[in-house]
Design a protein around this ligand. Sequence first.
Ligand SMILES: Nc1ncnc2c1ncn2[C@@H]1O[C@H](COP(=O)(O)OP(=O)(O)O)[C@@H](O)[C@H]1O
Ligand SMILES: [Mg+2]
Length: 377
Amino acid sequence: MSSAARDASPAGDKPAFLRIDDVVKDFGGGAIAVNHVSIDIAQGEIFALLGSSGCGKTTLLRILAGFETPTSGRVLLEGRDIGGLAPYERPFNMMFQSYALFPHLTVWDNIAFGLKRDGMPAAEIGERVGAMLKLVQLERYAKRKPHQLSGGQQQRVALARSLAKRPQMLLLDEPLGALDKKLREQTQLELVNIIEEVGVTCVMVTHDQEEAMTMATRIAVMSEGKVLQIGAPGDVYETPATRFVADFIGNVNLMEGSVEVDEPDHAVVRCTDCTHYVGHGITGTLGMAVGVAVRPEKISLQAAEPAGAHEPHNKVKGRIKELSYFGSFTVYHLELQSGAVLKISESNVARHRESALTWGDTAWASWPPTAQVVLTQ
Ligand SMILES: Nc1ncnc2c1ncn2[C@@H]1O[C@H](COP(=O)(O)OP(=O)(O)O)[C@@H](O)[C@H]1O
Ligand SMILES: [Mg+2]
């Protein structure tokens, strides 16, 4: 999670660079595509709209670009309502999901295309295209046609084409959707480096949570047209606000239970297979139904019953039902008494682990009182 440290929440006193103010888009016919969305984006941010297919990401991006008119709500750029501006009047560039380069044009001409159309003097175009080629490290490929490039290189040409006009804001719709997994991961970091070097503010759309976590300074998690949570990648991962977000971002064990103790400094939640000692208060009511989320990497697994500081809480016995080896880590599926399965991920630091646990073994899972997130929504 390289980006977790790059905190770029908009400064409190400065007006947001881009303000999405209570935007609604209703196409009619039932579901509302964008449902009262408000987001402030700071200058220089790489902001990700994250959610599964159909949740309204592209519609919101198209509203920003001016290709779609909101049913209600406003879009403000540096405090100025840009609702009345046509797409070409906005200092934005949108790179579409299928960024189709012109196949008959060279890389150089693809990048120069929009500048020529704008009537920029030839010398200036030459300079600008040269700088863009350098930026995306494709200087040696200027005379090639798109089909003579790899997928990742084509993607970089598309990016150079989008940046050539020096937009104040770059809008990316699933920018890496056309690339396979390995290439996508590599290109994510290249893309971030280029965007940061240019300093352009960026709103990107993706359904891939790893992509959002890797690339974005902040993420808005969307579902059914609504924003469920906005935060830095680390915040959204470590303190999800709802069951949906906990489940959507990364792997999680989600247990349902009720609040048994609720003090200012700790709480106890009883679930079917175990009880949780949580190291903070919940400020709910006793007996209240809550969800408890625990990430697999925050749980440890051992053969003997652990003697914890919070007996008899935060541990559970089970039988290892599945074991998947991923190289750098192993995921265990521990079947509990109720039949529920607890996922536990252990990093493989040592090459051979002593007393390695395996299929069918009885084992104990345990976790610290900081591992849980208690969810009321
Ligand atoms: N032009 C349109 N007319 C009617 N409905 C649309 C139109 N564009 C999108 N929608 C609907 O709005 C919802 C959100 O779509 P979209 O923004 O494309 O989602 P996403 O990009 O998150 O996959 C979907 O239910 C989609 O069918
Ligand atoms: Mg889309």
